[in-house]
Design a protein around this ligand. Structure first.
Ligand SMILES: N[C@@H](CCC(=O)N[C@@H](CS)C(=O)NCC(=O)O)C(=O)O
Length: 344
């Protein structure tokens, strides 16, 4: 063995780049393999939340979470359009993941202990740091959660939201009737129909719904955050290698923004002499995707076809009618929480 290694030594000296690239993690896991054979990624998505995941007027899925699915398809298959979206309401998520109906999910889904353990999920990096809020009509004159005492609040079933609002009401000793609905659309509709004095969800969802309401200025968020809601992609525990691909695709989106690499200028960076950029893009013999069993330059296709994190955020959420601020979803270098480990 030692003799064999010694005899290989001159080769590693002569061709270090080859040996770096060849150190991959082995064959693809079962989910990656299925995606590759099918030539399509099946991504569980929201079809009802404009800005994050919704079907647009031309019948295409569009939104921040949708672009995360597309980025993973570009990473694994080299084609951001090779995605079949599977619409999921909140209560369908666990079964879709456990039944193998989807390869991954990117659908305003909060990372929690029980979802890790009971759903059998591996959560990827958080793509949107959120918190639960309460929305109400300006005309109702309610400005605090205590102002809802004796009233009612609408909430969607099968969500962290449903659990958090019960805690928030109980710990404050309030008498608020919590009305639950099977999906996001019926929850919002019930509130609009005046069946509840307020409604509660992730703040991003409240803002997105208010912004696209017939009368956006008629709705307001109370100045309260009831919980932490780290939203991000997830995949089945059966394939940790696929989970690594999702994780490093998201980290690659953060890192591309850090370096100022965009869909418009990525080609200018292919011969960059910055070693960090070479590693991100898998250029100059540096290993990148080969560690994950996918194309070494996977991030080139991801950035070229989908853009960096900042582009994804701005295109879907930074524009009217949402005009969302980056807030804590800024890069760590700008005082936010987005921080990727090194591509090395
Ligand atoms: N992030 C939360 C909530 C996700 C969610 O989809 N909530 C639905 C109810 S099931 C909702 O009402 N969303 C607001 C909307 O889409 O307007 C979770 O993972 O449970």
């Amino acid at each position: 063995m030692v003799r064999l290694l010694l005899s290989l030594l001159p080769l590693t000296v002569l061709f270090p780049a080859f040996f770096t690239v060849a150190q991959d993690i082995g064959g693809p896991g079962p989910v990656t393999q299925a995606v590759m054979e099918r030539g399509k990624l099946v991504c569980g998505a929201n079809a009802q939340l404009v800005g994050f995941g919704a079907v647009n007027s031309s019948g295409q899925y569009q939104g921040f979470d949708i672009d995360i699915c597309r980025a993973v398809a570009a990473a694994v298959l080299g084609d951001a359009n090779a995605v079949a979206f599977r619409p999921l309401v909140g209560t369908e998520r666990q079964a879709a993941l456990q039944g193998g109906e989807i390869d991954m999910m990117s659908r305003n889904t909060t990372w929690t202990l029980s979802r890790d353990a009971v759903w059998g999920a591996i959560f990827g990096p958080t793509t949107f740091y959120d918190g639960q809020g309460i929305g109400t009509r300006v005309g109702y004159g309610i400005s605090t959660i205590e102002g809802l005492d004796g009233g009612s609040i609408c909430v969607g079933q099968g969500s962290t939201t449903e659990l958090n609002i019960s805690d928030a009401v109980a710990t404050r000793g309030l008498e608020i009737t919590v009305l639950t609905f099977p999906d996001a659309f019926s929850t919002w509709q019930a509130y609009l129909d005046g069946r509840c004095d307020a409604w509660t969800s992730d703040k991003s969802a409240l803002l997105a719904r208010h912004a696209t309401a017939p009368d956006p200025a008629a709705h307001v968020l109370l100045d309260i955050t009831l919980s932490k809601e780290p939203l991000g992609p997830l995949s089945p525990q059966s394939d940790p290698q696929f989970a690594e691909i999702i994780a490093w695709t998201v980290y690659g989106l953060f890192t591309a923004e850090e370096h100022g690499i965009t869909s418009a200028n990525v080609d200018d960076f292919l011969d960059s002499d910055n070693p960090g950029i070479q590693r991100l893009l898998g250029q100059s013999g540096n290993a990148s995707g080969s560690y994950l069993g996918i194309a070494n330059g996977f991030m080139v296709e991801v950035i070229r076809q989908v853009g960096n994190y900042g582009e994804i955020f701005e295109r879907n959420l930074g524009v009217p009618p949402f005009n969302l601020e980056r807030g804590i979803n800024a890069l760590w270098t700008d005082g936010g929480l987005l921080y990727a480990p090194p591509f090395r």
